[in-house]
Design a protein around this ligand. Structure first.
Ligand code: UD1
Length: 434
């Protein structure tokens, strides 16, 4: 498996282009199953998770054509045309679903369009148990009959068409809200989703569904109403910029005390992260093309955060912020409220000299003047990138193993950072580390 080698200590300066949001793309792509016309998605990021979703959709019978263009030495902002004229298979097999939990997002659209679906249960995952019970309860409230057989969710709709329902989520679920929205778009009658997720990626899906002819109100609020329609049509839709990629590179600027312009970033999507970074001592301003993150000569101080559903501080930025806090003046406290096991980066950061104590859902971080490079490894995407960030700030060499996780969610991470002066390179599998 590839590795990333970093020699830390260089303040980053330059420009980083921000790609389309992975988590928006992963719900927009299965929305193509709701129509027999073509859904054309632009600004699609080039990531392993996107390929996994494309493979899943193609085995359901979706035909696809990809038109990319090269920019800054690599493909960005691709356009993917998806056509689900004929759905040939309503089973999402274990081999694909186990690779990526977001595969469960085909369940709602398949049920709505075909009246039946068999989707493998995603199973445990590195950041907690992450069940899909809330997805299933929501679809049951809309008339689906669901059982679990042989590790698969087996669902059908007596009468063939889902009906509107009142769905009250006991806790905010991004994927649960997305599955329900897609199912409700083609259901018979009105669906009300209470305690709906307000994440920008959920709004992106709702707006794409509207462009396809869905009737949805309350987008971006915690009560979404969907009046089902008989059919949806094709649409051209552009994926919103990735707020987590934006936040990650903002931390890269902060942790190296550098100054980076994030081109294509949208500041309105990152209020919670921006507030925390400013409190820590980072300067943030608008540029004509995006956002400038300036920490040149800044004194970064410890801040306390708690992860929460949007508009709160995102759990997907928790590990990156911890890396920054590890180098801040003073102490900080991070409380993770979304996932129960999302501190796998802590022992690895500890190997780089970070002083972190975890007590239940909270972590106390005592900043140190300098981290030191080390060989490290992490088992999830955001934990892995937090180690890259720590490596950028650390003295000496850091080798981040299992780059596979980074490639799931960050497009050309080493290229984007190297363009800003980072000493970073990918060591291909089989190539010596030196
Ligand atoms: C999505 C994001 C992920 C992000 C997370 C929270 C995608 C592809 N992934 O994941 O990057 O970290 O939102 O912002 O968009 N839960 C249940 N039962 C369910 C569903 C969820 O108990 O049926 C729990 C989960 O275990 C978790 C919490 O609800 O504790 C929130 O999970 P959810 O918002 O559903 O996360 P995902 O959609 O999987």
């Amino acid at each position: 498996m590839d590795k990333i080698r970093i020699v830390g200590g260089t303040p980053l300066r330059g420009v980083i282009p921000i790609g389309g949001a992975k988590n928006a793309a992963l719900t927009l792509m299965p929305a193509c199953l709701l129509t027999d016309e073509t859904l054309s998605l632009s600004n699609l990021p080039h990531l392993v998770d996107i390929t996994t979703m494309a493979n899943l959709l193609s085995q359901h019978g979706v035909s696809m054509s990809l038109n990319g263009h090269a920019e800054n030495g690599g493909p960005t902002g691709r356009v993917l045309e998806l056509n689900a004229r004929t759905i040939t298979n309503t089973t999402a097999p274990y081999d694909l679903v186990r690779k990526m939990r977001a595969s469960v997002l085909v369940l709602g659209p398949l049920l709505a369009r075909c009246g039946q679906a068999r989707v493998s249960l995603p199973g445990g995952c590195a950041i907690g148990t992450r069940p899909v019970d809330l997805h299933l309860k929501a679809l049951e409230a809309m008339g689906a009959r669901i059982s679990v057989e042989g590790g698969y969710v087996v669902a059908d709709v007596p009468g063939g068409r889902l009906h509107g329902g009142h769905v009250v989520f006991p806790q905010v679920t991004v994927g649960g809200t997305e599955n329900t929205l897609m199912a409700a778009a083609l259901a018979d009658g009105e669906t009300v989703i209470a305690n709906a997720a307000r994440e920008p990626e959920v709004c992106d899906l709702a707006e794409c569904l509207q462009a396809m002819g869905a009737k949805i109100t309350g987008i971006g609020t915690s009560t979404i109403r969907v009046e089902g329609v008989d059919r949806l049509h094709g649409a051209d839709y552009s994926v919103l910029p990735d707020r987590i990629e934006t936040g990650t590179y903002a931390v890269a600027a902060a942790i190296t005390r550098g100054d980076i312009e994030l081109v294509g970033a949208r500041r309105d999507l990152m209020h919670a992260v921006e507030k925390v970074l400013i409190e820590a001592g980072v300067r943030i301003s608008d540029t004509p093309r995006g956002v400038r993150i300036d920490a040149d000569g800044a004194r970064i101080v410890g801040v306390d955060i708690m992860t929460e559903p949007y508009p709160g501080f995102p759990t997907d930025m928790q590990a990156q912020l911890m890396a920054l806090m590890a180098t801040a003046e003073g102490a900080s406290m991070i409380t993770e409220t979304i996932f129960e096991n999302r501190y796998m980066h802590v022992p690895e950061l500890g190997r780089m000299g970070a002083r972190v104590n975890v007590h239940g859902a909270s972590a106390i971080i005592r900043g140190v003047p300098r981290l030191s490079g080390a060989p490290v490894m992490a088992t999830d995407l955001r934990a892995s990138v937090s180690l890259v960030l720590a490596g950028l700030a650390a003295e000496g060499e850091t080798i981040v193993n299992r780059v596979y996780h980074l490639d799931r969610g960050y497009e050309r991470v080493e290229g984007k950072l190297a363009a800003c002066g980072a000493q970073i390179e990918r060591i291909k599998d089989g190539q010596p580390a030196e």
